[in-house]
Design a protein. Structure first.
Length: 107
């Protein structure tokens, strides 16, 4: 194997590792926002855990955050809870920072 081949293999391994960490962080973030939203909706216990798991499933459907934001927005509107999509996206951003730290600490 040449030096170039070794370098290429190293970059591929690094890319794969970073993608795995990003995926884990998104899953963690959506679990965090699911628990946050559940608490705002008055959901607790096993039902809150189920709601958070639903957020994870929503994130796997699409590559962007729109599905998760839309789901939370609809659920909030159903109980007349006033939260703009912008505020929900801000929460997503905060939870992503937390999730990246948690995933990096566990990696």
């Amino acid at each position: 194997m040449t030096t170039f081949d070794n370098r290429e293999a190293g970059y591929e391994a690094k890319f794969a590792h970073e993608q795995e960490l990003q995926f884990k962080a998104i899953v963690r973030r959506n679990k965090l926002i699911g628990h946050w939203a559940a608490s705002k909706l008055g959901i607790s216990g096993d039902d809150a855990e189920q709601y958070a798991s639903d957020m994870i499933r929503h994130s796997l459907k699409r590559t962007d955050d729109d599905d998760v934001v839309e789901k939370i927005s609809q659920d909030f509107r159903a109980i007349d809870l006033s939260y703009s999509e912008h505020r929900i996206r801000q929460k997503l951003s905060r939870f992503m920072s937390m999730a990246l730290e948690e995933v990096a600490a566990g990696a």
